[in-house]
Design a protein around this ligand. Structure first.
Ligand code: CA
Length: 227
């Protein structure tokens, strides 16, 4: 799960990023509206945390442009102002939820979980992801099959999560790189191959019937056969 934080108060932005990263989310930061909009439009984020008052493009205008471009990423708006008119404006602009600063970390995390669940729909039950005979547990980074389980590294977890959420699709190396390593990371194609080989080894160890298949010149996807 990759989240984008658009917030010009750098200390608050960093606090939010730390909080989210401790929960196992990947989080990227932007400090102004225009950069925020460009990044939000990239399509690699599962959720955007958006401050209302930003230099350059403000949060409301950013949101209108984002929605105007047909981007449906869930957006949680944050603002220092508690005016009802502001909340209404935020929701009218296409925000999915609204939090007034200061907020409690637990409250923020509950909103994040809610919006991510809403965004992903039916695959999630109690935050445990299931696919074929596999279960992926976000809190512990455990990938389980029946009685067996293995602990995944951060990148392995992110990759596996992506495959399970999009188990009917073939994902290109570029999509995997952008979603797991981030948009401007220096990771290369062979990072993907290396991590796929780690995951395949773990799937074999678990005796899972789920396999990661390679589609030549296209990418990778899960092959789910009935157990
Ligand atoms: Ca601000």
């Amino acid at each position: 799960m990759r989240l984008l934080i658009i917030e010009d108060e750098k200390r608050l932005a960093q606090t939010l990023a730390d909080l989210l990263q401790r929960q196992g989310y990947a989080a990227d930061l932007c400090y102004d509206g225009q950069t925020g909009l460009d990044n939000a439009l990239s399509g690699i984020y599962d959720l955007v945390l958006l401050d209302a008052m930003l230099p350059g493009l403000d949060g409301f205008s950013l949101l209108q442009q984002l929605r105007g471009s047909g981007c449906g990423v869930p957006v949680l708006m944050l603002t220092a102002r508690s005016d009802v008119s502001d909340r209404v404006r935020g929701l009218d602009s296409g925000a999915d939820y609204y939090l007034t600063k200061p907020f409690e970390p637990e409250e923020l995390l509950a909103c994040v979980r809610l919006l991510l669940r809403r965004g992903e729909g039916e695959l999630r039950t109690d935050d445990v992801l299931r696919c074929g005979d596999l279960r992926l547990e976000p809190g512990s980074f455990l990938l389980c099959c029946g009685e067996r389980s293995v602990r995944l590294s951060r990148k392995e977890y992110d990759l596996m999560e992506l495959f399970m959420r999009h188990h009917k699709q073939i994902l290109t190396k570029e999509q995997l790189l952008n979603r797991v390593w981030g948009y401007d990371s220096e990771a290369e194609d062979n990072n993907v191959e290396v991590y796929i080989s780690f995951l395949r080894r773990k799937l074999t160890h678990l005796h899972s019937t789920v396999k990661i298949k390679t589609v030549r010149l296209v990418g990778y996807g899960l092959e789910v056969t009935a157990p």
